[in-house]
Design a protein around this ligand. Structure first.
Ligand code: UDP
Length: 481
C-alpha cells in the first residue's frame, strides 16, 4: 500500500514540564518515520532549538522542525517576554496566581495562527497540550484528528475523573478528612486538600471543565506511561473517559545519546562530565538526588529544613536548588558552613541539573521528588525508589501511585499543597532520606523499583507495549488519511 508520510504537529504548553516531554515525543515519532513539527512562540523556539539541533546532528535523515507562532505579550497585557510559565515567578514577586491565569487564557490568541497552519499544511494529526482545549475545534474544522497530551499518568487521570463524577470530597467533614476515591480500583485514600480540585465557579475551574470536555471529545489521548505499570487504570481510563488512548512512554527514554540527555530542558548549571565524575567516586546506590521540578520555588525556611535534614541523614546527596529559590547574594537558605561540612558528601546544583543523566548513574540510590509526572517517570525509568514530596497540581495522586500501587515510594510527610505554607520538618526529611537508602524495607523497595525500571526499558524497544502503541497509533492515523 502506498501511504503518505505521517506528519504530526506538536503544540506544547509553554512551560518546561510540558515542552520537555512533547519534544521527546516529537523525536520518538520522527524516529518511527513521521515528520514532526513543533509549534511554539519565539522565545520557546529558542529553548527548543538546541536540543533539536543535537537530535538532527545525530539523525540527519529524520524530519523534525519548529514553526514559530506570534505571541505579542505586551499587547496581550502580559509583561514583555512573558512567553513561558516558568518565567512567571520572576515577574510576580508578591502577587497571587493572577498572572498565571492571564498567561493561560492569553494562549488562545494563537488559535487563528494554528488554524491557518493546519489549513495550509494538512497534517495527519495535531497533538496539543491539555491546556489548549480550544485546539480540538481548530483541528476538527479541517478534519484533522486532535490528540490530547496531559503529561500525567492514567492513574492520575482516573483519580480526577472519579473525583469529578462521585465528588467524595463533598461527603466528608473537612478538607483534611481522608476518604477513599470511589469507583477506582485499589482503595486509594486522599483528602480534598491534596486532591487539589478546582472550584467550578472560579475562572480556573471553568477552564478546567473545558479541559475535561476536550479530553472526551478529542480523537484520543497520548499518555507518557506504559501499560503494564498501571494496567488497571489504563483499562479504566480507556473504558470510561477517553475515546482512545495510547501508552507510549517513558518518553524520556527517547533520549539516547549523551548530548540529548545532557541538553534536556535548559543548559545545566554544572559541567556534566564533572558531575558524573563526582558520582563515579561514590559507592553504587549511595547517593540521594533531590529536585523539585522546573517551576517550584520553596521558601528559605523550607530550604533550611532540607539542608539540616540532609546533613542529619549522613547520606551522600545531589541537591538541585532552582533559580526561583537561589535568590539573594547571602544565600540565607543555606545554614552557615553547610557546604564545608558536607564536602565530599554532597553537591548543590544552583539552577538547572542534567536530571536524566544523573538519575541514570549507578551511584544514585534514591530520588526525592515533588512527584511532577516527568520526574516521576524518569525516576521509574531509572529503576529508582523515591521519596515522595508532592507540592501541587496532580502530584498527590502521583504520590499514591508510587507509595500505594507500585510500592516504590516513601512519603516524606507532606499533607497539603505547598502554597498553604506548612513546612516539612528537618526530622521528616532526615527520616525519609535514610529510609529510602537504608534497611530491609529499602532493599525490598529497591528490588521492586529495579524491576519496574527494567520493564520500562523493555516496553520502548521493538515488540514492547509502548513501541507497539506508537505503531498502532500511526496505523490509525494512516487509516484516517
Ligand atoms: N528538569 C531538569 N533539570 C532540573 C529540573 C528539572 O532536567 O534541574 C526536568 C526534569 O527532568 C523533568 C522536567 O524538568 O523532565 C520537570 O517536569 P516535572 O513534570 O517533573 O515537574 P514540573 O516542572 O512540571 O513541576
Amino acid at each position: 500500500m502506498n501511504r503518505e508520510r505521517v506528519h504530526i504537529l506538536f503544540f506544547p504548553f509553554m512551560a518546561q514540564g510540558h515542552m520537555i516531554p512533547i519534544l521527546d515525543m516529537a523525536k520518538l515519532f520522527a524516529r518511527r518515520g513521521a515528520k514532526s513539527t513543533l509549534l511554539t512562540t519565539l522565545i520557546n523556539a529558542k529553548i527548543l532549538e538546541k536540543p533539536i539541533e543535537a537530535f538532527k546532528d545525530q539523525n540527519p535523515d529524520l524530519e523534525i522542525g519548529i514553526k514559530i507562532l506570534n505571541f505579542p505579550c505586551v499587547e496581550l497585557g502580559l509583561p514583555e517576554g512573558c512567553e513561558n510559565r516558568d518565567f512567571i515567578n520572576s515577574y510576580q514577586k508578591s502577587d497571587s496566581g493572577d498572572l498565571f491565569l492571564k498567561f493561560l487564557f492569553s494562549t488562545k490568541y494563537m488559535k487563528q495562527q494554528l488554524e491557518s497552519f493546519i489549513e495550509t499544511t494538512k497534517p495527519s494529526a495535531l497533538v496539543a497540550d491539555m491546556f489548549f482545549p480550544w485546539a480540538t475545534e481548530s483541528a476538527e474544522k479541517f478534519g484533522v484528528p486532535r490528540l490530547v497530551f496531559h503529561g500525567t499518568s492514567s492513574f492520575a487521570l482516573c483519580c480526577s475523573y472519579n473525583m469529578r463524577i462521585h465528588k467524595p470530597h463533598k461527603k466528608v467533614a473537612s478538607s483534611s478528612t481522608p476518604f477513599v476515591i470511589h469507583g477506582l480500583p485499589g482503595d486509594i485514600v486522599i483528602t480534598e486538600d491534596q486532591a487539589n480540585v478546582a472550584d467550578e465557579e472560579t475562572p480556573f475551574g471553568k477552564f478546567w471543565v473545558e479541559v475535561r470536555e476536550s479530553e472526551t471529545s478529542s480523537f484520543g489521548v497520548l499518555v507518557n506511561s506504559f501499560y503494564d505499570m498501571e494496567s488497571a487504570y489504563a483499562d479504566f481510563y480507556r473504558s470510561f473517559v477517553a475515546k482512545s488512548c495510547w501508552h507510549i512512554g517513558p518518553l524520556s527514554l527517547s533520549n539516547r545519546e549523551f548530548a540529548e540527555k545532557a541538553g534536556r530542558g535548559k543548559k545545566a548549571n554544572i559541567d556534566e562530565q564533572e558531575c558524573l565524575k563526582w558520582l563515579d567516586s561514590k559507592t553504587p546506590g549511595s547517593v540521594v538526588y533531590l529536585s523539585f521540578g522546573s517551576g517550584t520555588g520553596l521558601p528559605n525556611k523550607q530550604l533550611l529544613e532540607i539542608a539540616f535534614g540532609l546533613e542529619g541523614s549522613g547520606q551522600n546527596f545531589i541537591w538541585v536548588v532552582s533559580k526561583n529559590e537561589n535568590q539573594g547574594e547571602n544565600e540565607e537558605w543555606l545554614p552557615k558552613g553547610f557546604e564545608e561540612r558536607t564536602i565530599g558528601k554532597g553537591l548543590i546544583i544552583r539552577g538547572w541539573a542534567p536530571q536524566v543523566l544523573i538519575l541514570d548513574h549507578k551511584s544514585i540510590g534514591g530520588f526525592v521528588t515533588h512527584c511532577g509526572w516527568n520526574s516521576t517517570m524518569e525516576g521509574i525509568a531509572a529503576g529508582l525508589p523515591m521519596v515522595t514530596w508532592p507540592m501541587g497540581a496532580e502530584q498527590f495522586y502521583n504520590e499514591k501511585l508510587l507509595t500505594k500501587v507500585l510500592r516504590i515510594g516513601v512519603n516524606v510527610g507532606a499533607t497539603e499543597l505547598v502554597k498553604k505554607g506548612k513546612l516539612v520538618s528537618r526530622e521528616e526529611v532526615e527520616k525519609a532520606v535514610r529510609e529510602v537508602i537504608i534497611g530491609e524495607e529499602a532493599e525490598e523497595r529497591r528490588i521492586r523499583a529495579k524491576k519496574l525500571g527494567e520493564m520500562a526499558k523493555t516496553v520502548v524497544e521493538e515488540g514492547g507495549s509502548s513501541y507497539n502503541d506508537v505503531g498502532k497509533f500511526m496505523e490509525e492515523l494512516n487509516g484516517q488519511n
